[in-house]
Design a protein around this ligand. Structure first.
Ligand SMILES: Nc1ncnc2c1ncn2[C@@H]1O[C@H](COP(=O)(O)OP(=O)(O)OP(=O)(O)O)[C@@H](O)[C@H]1O
Length: 253
């Protein structure tokens, strides 16, 4: 295994948009070498948190650090963190190869890297096709290819399993597992729990911008029949304030 092992540390992070508190005093640590699922109902604050980790949204208070540094203080931000947010954000008239070349140019990566990620994601055969002809599975692969252009040690993926069939989910699991085995840090958001259960090692569950639970999936689900049951119990039973917060993530605060 080579390469840096970088944790993501979120510490007392809060974000208010006018009257809406999207994220409130949120703290957790994401360890390298594992896949962590970032879970919560619609509007829980997942995207806002991920955007704060990437420095795209300024926190009202608190901090998010990658390997001890804020995103903007990283020496090679796009080479350290690969992120994908919107699965449909491709220009429909661009080919997959042109899409990747545009992003490679922005990141300062050579065109040869485009061919490498096309191969890695098994997209070489369709690289000449316009992205409007792509299936959901191909779009998700192209998303991953885009995120991997800079060979980042940290990956932030918003709903990477969205729309994938069981075969696609199995492929995604194996692909992300290999990246985690290389010591990379992988955070994936999702609300499709049956999918997540097959893919992740750790979970962080939030609701109304606050942490509900965090820890190793096997330990947490051991107390419930399934991740889905645990999730429903934790996110719908009672108001968050009444509920004790468990946290068993290694090094989590
Ligand atoms: N730019 C913004 N201005 C005002 N409110 C915002 C803004 N961005 C997010 N919010 C609000 O913050 C809350 C959290 O939103 P966020 O998108 O982070 O949740 P999420 O967990 O990613 O949801 P989903 O699963 O639906 O994508 C929501 O109430 C949302 O309406």
């Amino acid at each position: 295994m080579t390469g840096e092992r970088l944790s993501i540390e979120v510490s007392h992070l809060t974000k208010r948009f006018d009257t809406v508190t999207a994220v409130q005093d949120l703290s957790f640590t994401i360890r390298p070498g594992a896949i962590t699922g970032f879970l919560g109902p619609n509007g829980a604050g997942k995207t806002t948190t991920m955007r704060m980790i990437l420095g795209l949204v300024t926190p009202t208070s608190g901090s998010a650090r990658i390997g001890g540094r804020r995103y903007r203080d990283l020496a090679r931000p796009s080479g350290t963190v690969g992120a994908v947010f919107d699965a449909s954000a491709f220009h429909p008239g661009h080919t997959a190869r042109n899409h990747l070349r545009t992003y490679a140019a922005m990141g300062g990566y050579p065109d040869g890297r485009v061919e490498q990620v096309l191969q890695l994601l098994d997209l070489s055969r369709v690289a000449h096709r316009r992205t409007r002809t792509f299936s959901t599975g191909m779009r998700q692969r192209l998303n991953l290819a885009t995120a991997l252009l800079g060979d980042p040690r940290v990956l932030l993926l918003d709903e990477p399993g969205n729309g994938l069939d069981p075969e696609g989910i199995a492929w995604l699991r194996d692909f992300l597992r290999e990246l985690a085995r290389q010591g990379r840090t992988i955070l994936i958001s999702s609300h499709v729990l049956s999918e997540v259960q097959q893919i992740v090692d750790d979970v962080v569950v939030i609701r109304d911008g606050r942490k509900v639970i965090a820890g190793r999936l096997t330990e947490l689900v051991g107390e419930a029949a399934s991740l889905e049951q645990l999730f429903l119990r934790l996110t719908t039973d009672r108001p968050t304030a009444d509920r004790p917060t468990a946290d068993r993530t290694e090094g989590a605060r």
